[in-house]
Each structure stands twice: as C-alpha cells, then as structure tokens.
Design a protein around this ligand. Structure first.
Ligand code: NAP
Length: 291
C-alpha cells in the first residue's frame, strides 16, 4: 500500500505487543477493501494508559485495540462505554467519538461469530467453562445471553469460580450457574458438554500441557473450544478429539474480534470470502520469524 497524507492509522496498545497478529488481520482487510488505512502495534509502558488514550485521540488515530494487561485499566479514560463492555468489565476496542473514544468489547461477539462459523451453538447446551479469569467471566455472560441450559464453571481457585457463578445467576435471575473445583471433574453429571477452555494452560511455549489429562473427563465432552490460539491445535483439543469430540481453537475468535473492530472503525462489512483471506494472513503471520 502507499502511505500518504490521507492514510488513517489504527493500532493495538498493550504490553508486550510484539507477538500480536492483529496487524495481519487489519492490514489485509484494508488492502482488500482498498482503504487507505494502516495498523501498527503500540507498546504502552505500565502506568501510561491514560496518556496513551489521550495521545491517540490527539494524533487523530481512527481506532485502537486494547490488549493485555489494559482491558480493564483503560475504562476510566473513555468518554463512553458500550453496555456489553460495561457488563463484561473489559474493553478491547476504542472507537473515536467527539472529544475522545468509546469503548467496546469485540472479544465476546468475536467468539460468538467464530462459534456460528464453526457450527457450534450455546443455546440449550450444558456449558462447562474451564477457568475463572477475565475471559472465563465474559464467556459465562455470553452463555447466559445465548440461552445456555446450564453453566458450570470449574477452576483451580474455587472462590473465583463461585464469584462468577453468583454474578451469572444474578444476571439470569435464577440458578443457571454453579462452581466446582478443577479436581471435581469426575462427578460432573451426564455427558454431551460444550467445554470452553479459558485458562492459559497449554499455551505456547508449554504446549505439552493440558488442564486435565484423564480420558474419562474427555468422554463427557461433545465439543471442546480452546480459547488459546497458539498453538493452533492444543493438547486439550487433541484429547477432546481422541475421545470422539469436535474441537476448535481460539484462532477464529481472534480473527472475528479483529473483524468486528474493523467494521466499527470503518463501517465496512466483511463477508466470508474476505474473512477467509484475513484468516489465511493471520495463520501465515503465526509461522513467520519473530523479528
Ligand atoms: P486470566 O484472567 O489470567 O485467567 C487465567 C485463568 O487460568 C485462571 O482461571 C487461572 O486459575 C487459570 N490458570 C492459570 N494457570 C493455571 C494452572 N497452571 N493450572 C490451573 N489453572 C490455571 O486470563 P484471561 O485473560 O482470562 O485469558 C484466558 C485465556 O484466554 C488465555 O489463554 C488467553 O490466551 C485466551 N484468550 C484468547 C483470546 C482469543 O482471541 N482467542 C482473547 C483473549 C484471551 P486461578 O484462578 O486458579 O489462578
């Protein structure tokens, strides 16, 4: 592309950001759609998020993604916040409005769009969430909104899972969710679960690890969704498949959170053909030398 005086700039702020694959998504979309737009990483040092948001607005940036560790920390520096992002308590996309930015969460809509693409529904399902961190909490909220039949949150630290279950039951106005300690998997009732792996276990470089090794656990899972995107096939996914289930990675969630952000910034509509091109660019970027 030609960068000139009309080029609009977007980017991602986080710390670290060097591993990001978002430039591959957004720069491919811009190129394919013929938009004069470029997307770059911005490493923001600890304690400088407010200045970064102010600076991004002053520099006329069109939009900014926000990644770890600033998704919650950025909220006080926004002019407005979308209700979904407010409920989740995390913002990953900033969109320019008058005198500042409005914060959105495209991670959860991104996961939902990835699931639709993969033919996985939450409606009427027994959803088992592994982990109780920021993303697990957001997944639990998504599961309520999309009509899950039951939600079980299993975590190493039981109290954190209990807190999410209580919040979810408050939102659902009923006893939809319950919490368990990770070691209690053998007593999970029935089978046919949609299991969403929302911990860091199995992430590069510790790719040989899985949260649970026991094959008896995996026999309870019909569909396994690992939110980790590196490696593209985690050990959790292999264990689900070995027991006859379907398994998906977090790569498409990453793709669609980016696509939704791009759509918010530019008003473009990204169709399936274009999404596939951005997906291919992302997979290629994953295998490129890190320098
Ligand atoms: P987080 O808030 O730090 O939560 C981490 C979770 O992992 C906690 O439940 C923690 O348990 C558990 N955990 C960590 N190490 C463990 C171990 N050795 N054994 C058992 N449990 C362990 O992280 P997060 O922000 O929610 O992110 C979770 C995952 O989502 C990450 O893998 C991240 O890559 C992925 N993610 C994917 C996308 C995407 O687009 N695909 C986007 C965002 C995040 P305790 O509570 O007991 O500490």
């Amino acid at each position: 592309m030609i960068i000139n005086g009309y080029t609009r700039t977007c980017g991602v702020m986080g710390n670290p950001v060097e591993h990001t694959m978002s430039p591959a998504i957004h720069n491919t979309l811009a190129e394919e759609l013929g938009e004069n737009l470029t997307y770059v990483p911005f490493r923001v040092p600890e304690g400088h998020v407010g200045e970064a948001v102010k600076g991004a607005f002053a520099l006329n940036l069109l939009g900014v993604n926000v990644t770890v560790p600033y998704k919650s920390e950025v909220i006080p520096f926004l002019k407005e916040i979308d209700p979904l992002a407010e409920t989740i308590g995390a913002v990953n996309t900033l969109v320019r409005v008058e005198e500042g930015f409005m914060g959105y969460n495209t991670d959860m809509p991104g996961l939902y769009r990835a699931m639709c693409d993969d033919g996985v529904a939450m409606e009427g399902e027994k959803v088992l969430i592994l982990g109780a961190g920021g993303v697990a909490r957001a997944v639990a909220i998504l599961a309520v909104q999309k009509g899950a039949d039951r939600i079980i949150i299993m975590n190493r630290t039981l109290e954190k899972a209990q807190k999410i279950a209580e919040e979810v039951n408050g939102l659902a106005k009923g006893q939809l969710a319950s919490a368990r300690e990770l070691g209690e998997y053998a007593s999970l009732p029935g089978e046919g679960y949609l299991a969403i792996q929302a911990t860091n276990v199995g992430m590069f470089p510790k790719t040989e690890e899985a949260l649970i090794e026991d094959a008896a656990f995996y026999e309870k899972i019909r569909t396994g969704y690992d939110l980790i995107f590196n490696p593209a096939e985690t050990r959790f996914m292999s264990l689900v498949k070995r027991s006859g289930g379907r398994a998906f990675s977090g790569l498409k969630m990453l793709l669609y959170q980016g696509i939704i952000a791009y759509e918010l910034w530019t008003g473009a509509e990204v169709d399936a053909v274009l999404a596939e091109k951005a997906y291919a660019a992302m997979r290629k970027a994953m295998n490129q030398p890190k320098c």
